[in-house]
Design a binder for this molecule. Structure first.
Ligand SMILES: NC(=O)c1ccc[n+]([C@@H]2O[C@H](COP(=O)([O-])OP(=O)(O)OC[C@H]3O[C@@H](n4cnc5c(N)ncnc54)[C@H](OP(=O)(O)O)[C@@H]3O)[C@@H](O)[C@H]2O)c1
Length: 235
């Protein structure tokens, strides 16, 4: 049987690239978007084999959408669930300048929302061996942060790494693997700040590397913090 992956936020950017990668590698892919998003690019991935590409809808910040989302998945289970949804947040990125609402929004979208959903989706993993991957960032590393700045984004991804460790620690005896993945600095809307700066790499090499990392470490029973070239990052 094909391996199966659920990708949360798959209709543009890195998520769309990941959906293409896993589909091309023969996986069955469920890709999500928010309601009213343009999902044509995501749907087009399935043109060659409609049975292996399904779409579903979830906004990770909205708790009321979790139950309908879970029922839209039917009885499906997944070998891998990949949490990709994220925002850059306020452009100043400063604790001193941030409003309560700005800080709440980035933590809700990048940290609390994905992890709340992950907790609800645990029982949808094929166990033992099921793997959760979280789109982290090297900006979430406490060790690597020697220059400061980017406070809002860093805080959200450091907290995501911490909660990823928590769900792993509580479920490793059941055979859970948890990966926190840095995709590189990638040419997406976020990576270029909507086209105002240049990123380091294109989407294709990033998602190819991320998919390689997932395939290499899935089912390992470990909690790893890796970049798209399979380098271990210091927490
Ligand atoms: N690009 C980089 O250089 C880079 C580096 C390190 C980490 N990352 C991480 O990689 C992930 C993907 O980023 P990207 O570069 O592909 O950015 P992107 O092109 O801006 O895509 C962001 C994705 O997240 C989705 N999203 C945002 N808020 C959401 C919500 N409340 N609920 C569900 N989905 C939501 C977006 O959906 P909509 O289309 O509906 O907005 C979109 O699919 C993020 O977690 C980001 O932090 C990116």
């Amino acid at each position: 049987m094909n391996k199966s992956i659920l990708i949360v936020a798959a209709e543009r950017g890195l998520g769309l690239g990941l959906a293409q990668q896993f589909f091309d590698r023969g996986w069955s892919v469920v890709g999500t978007a928010r309601q009213h998003a343009d999902i044509q690019d995501l749907q087009r991935i399935g043109d060659r084999d409609l049975s292996r590409l399904t779409t579903a809808f979830i906004d990770v910040t909205d708790a009321a959408q979790i139950a309908p989302f879970l029922s839209s998945l039917g009885s499906r289970r997944f070998d891998v669930i990949f949490f990709n949804a994220g925002i850059w947040g306020a452009s100043h990125q400063s604790v001193l300048e941030a409003t309560d609402a700005e800080f709440a929004q980035i933590m809700l979208t990048n940290t609390f929302g994905p992890m709340r959903l992950a907790r609800h989706l645990l029982e949808r993993l094929v166990m033992p061996g099921g793997t959760m991957a979280f789109m982290s960032s090297h900006r979430g590393s406490i060790s690597i942060n020697v220059e400061g700045g980017l406070e809002l984004y860093r805080a959200s991804k450091a907290a995501l790494n911490m909660l990823a460790r928590g769900i792993y620690a509580e479920n490793r005896d059941e055979g859970l693997t948890v990966l926190s993945v840095h995709p590189g600095w990638v040419n997406t809307a976020m990576g270029t700040l909507d086209g105002s700066i240049e990123a380091e790499i294109e989407i294709e090499p990033s998602v190819r590397g991320v998919a390689d990392v997932v395939e290499r470490h899935m089912g390992s029973g470990e909690n790893l913090y890796l970049d798209y070239q399979d380098n271990h990052l210091d927490w």
